[in-house]
Design a protein around this ligand. Structure first.
Ligand code: HEM
Length: 391
C-alpha cells in the first residue's frame, strides 16, 4: 500500500493503525481512521511535522554530492517546520494568498479556462483526441500562482519539470541512478531559486524584510512552487477523469441541481492528489491502542480517512453535498493545514463549471497513469475523444 495509496488499496480492509515496512526496511505506522488522523494532525507537540519533506528513499552519497554542488538546503520553513518561526513565515505566505486576492482571480481564470475549453471542444468536434492533463490542467495552477506571488522568471515547462522531479526524489521508491538524475534537476532549479530569493520582489522581499535569511526564503519558495501548483494540477486531472464515470453528477451540473463547489469537495474526498502525509512521534505515545515509540514515522492515510464510514454516509459513492462530504482531510488539519486550500478550491470550481461539459459524449482513450509514490498521485496524461455512443 505504501507507494500506491489509492485505487484497490484504499478500498481494502485495514486495521485502524498498521505497521508497514517500506522498500528500505523502515517501519511506518500507517493511520487509516479519520478520527485518529485528525488527532495526530491536531497535536504537533506529540506528532511533529519535521519529517514531512524527508526523502523516503535515503539519498546516496553520489546524489547528495550533486545537491551539495548546487548548495541545496531545505531548512524547516513551512510544512516541515515545527519551530518558533513557523507562524510568522506561514502568516506572510497566507497574506499573499488572502481570500480576497484569491477571489479576485476568478474572472481572469474563468476567461482563460473558457477559451481553452472552446478550443478543446472544437478539436473533439473535429475528431481529434485531446489530453485534458497537458492541454488544460497542467499549467493552470502555476499561471494563477504567478499572478499572486512574484516568481522567478522561469519558463512554465521548467518549473513543472523541477516540481515533478522533487516529488519523485523525496517521495518515490528509486534506484541510485535515478536519484542522481533527479538531484541534478532539483539542484539546478534550487540554484536559480537561490538567486531569486536574494534579490526578488513580492513574497521573497517580504520574507527578507521580516529578517529571514536566504536559505529560509529559498525553502519557502521551493515548497510553494511544488505544493502551490503541482498538487492542484494533479487534482484537476484526477477530478475530470472521475467525472467521466459520473454522468449523473454531470447531468446535475448541467441542470443546475448540483453545485460545482460540492463536486470539488467530493473530488477532494475521493480523489485527493496527496494520498498520505507524514508526522514523526516526538515522544513515546499510543495511537488506536498501539504503542508508538518516539521517532516512529507516522503515515497519515488521507485518502483512506476520506472514506471513513464514521464520517460520511455513502463513503465510496460520489454524491456531491452528501453529509460529511466536506469533512475530508485532503488539506490536512491544525497548525499546518494547507494555506492554499481556498485557491485550490477556486481553481477546481472554475474548471468543473467550465469543463465538465467537455466530458459528455466522449470515451477515454488514455486514463491517467500514476507512478509509485508515497504521497503524490502525479497523473501523467488524460486523453479523451468524441464518442457519440458514450453516455
Ligand atoms: C488540491 C490541491 C492541494 C492539496 C490537496 C493540498 C494539500 C496539502 C496538505 C495535505 C498539506 C499538509 C497539511 C498538514 O500538515 O496538516 C498542505 C500544506 C501546504 N499547502 Fe497545500 N494543497 C493543495 C494546494 C495548495 C496550493 C494551491 C497552495 C499555495 C498556493 C498550497 C500551499 C501549501 C502550503 C504553503 C502548505 C504548508 C502549510 C504549513 O505548513 O503551514 N497548497 N497542503
Amino acid at each position: 500500500m505504501l507507494f500506491r495509496g489509492w485505487g484497490d488499496a484504499v478500498d481494502g480492509r485495514w486495521p485502524d493503525v498498521a505497521v508497514v515496512t517500506d522498500h528500505v526496511g523502515v517501519a511506518h505506522l500507517v493511520v487509516t481512521r479519520h478520527a485518529l488522523v485528525r488527532r495526530v494532525l491536531a497535536d504537533p507537540a506529540t506528532f511533529r511535522p519535521d519529517n514531512a519533506l524527508d526523502a523516503v528513499t535515503p539519498i546516496p552519497v553520489a546524489a547528495l554530492r550533486v545537491l551539495a554542488a548546487h548548495r541545496f538546503r531545505l531548512p524547516p520553513t513551512l510544512a516541515n517546520n515545527g519551530g518558533a518561526s513557523h507562524p510568522q513565515i506561514r502568516g506572510i505566505v497566507a497574506d499573499a494568498l488572502h481570500p480576497t486576492r484569491v477571489a479576485a482571480q476568478r474572472p481572469w481564470l474563468t476567461a482563460l479556462v473558457r477559451d481553452r475549453v472552446a478550443r478543446l471542444r472544437a478539436a473533439l468536434d473535429a475528431g481529434v483526441p485531446v489530453d485534458l492533463h497537458a492541454d488544460l490542467a497542467a499549467d493552470l495552477p502555476l499561471l494563477v500562482l504567478a499572478r499572486l506571488v512574484e516568481l522567478p522568471d522561469a519558463p512554465v515547462g521548467a518549473v513543472k519539470e523541477f516540481a515533478r522531479a522533487a516529488l519523485e526524489l523525496f517521495w518515490a521508491p528509486l534506484d541510485a541512478d535515478r536519484q542522481a538524475a533527479l538531484a541534478a534537476e532539483v539542484g539546478r532549479f534550487h540554484r536559480a531559486l537561490r538567486a531569486f530569493a536574494a534579490t526578488g520582489g513580492g513574497l521573497a522581499a517580504r520574507l527578507r524584510a521580516a529578517g529571514h535569511r536566504t536559505d529560509v526564503v529559498v525553502g519557502a519558495l521551493f515548497f510553494l512552487l511544488v505544493a502551490g501548483q503541482e498538487t492542484t494540477s494533479q487534482f484537476l486531472t484526477l477530478l475530470l477523469h472521475r467525472l467521466t464515470a459520473e454522468p449523473a453528477v454531470r447531468a446535475g451540473l448541467r441542470a443546475g441541481t448540483v453545485e460545482a463547489a460540492d463536486v470539488v469537495e467530493e473530488g477532494l474526498r475521493l480523489e485527493p492528489p496527496i494520498v498520505t502525509w507524514r508526522r514523526t512521534a516526538a515522544v513515546d505515545t499510543a495511537l488506536g491502542g498501539t504503542a508508538v515509540a518516539a521517532g516512529t514515522s507516522v503515515v497519515l492515510w488521507l485518502a483512506r480517512a476520506g472514506r471513513d464510514p464514521e464520517v460520511v454516509a455513502a463513503p465510496d459513492e460520489f454524491r456531491p453535498g452528501q453529509p460529511g462530504s466536506r469533512r475530508h482531510l485532503a488539506f490536512g488539519a491544525g497548525a499546518h493545514r494547507c494555506v492554499g486550500a481556498q485557491l485550490a478550491r477556486l481553481e477546481a470550481a472554475v474548471v468543473v463549471t467550465e469543463a465538465a461539459g467537455l466530458l459528455d459524449g466522449v470515451r477515454v482513450l488514455r486514463p491517467p497513469w500514476c507512478p509509485d509514490n508515497l504521497t503524490f498521485r502525479m497523473p501523467d496524461a488524460f486523453v479523451i475523444a468524441r464518442d457519440p455512443a458514450a453516455d
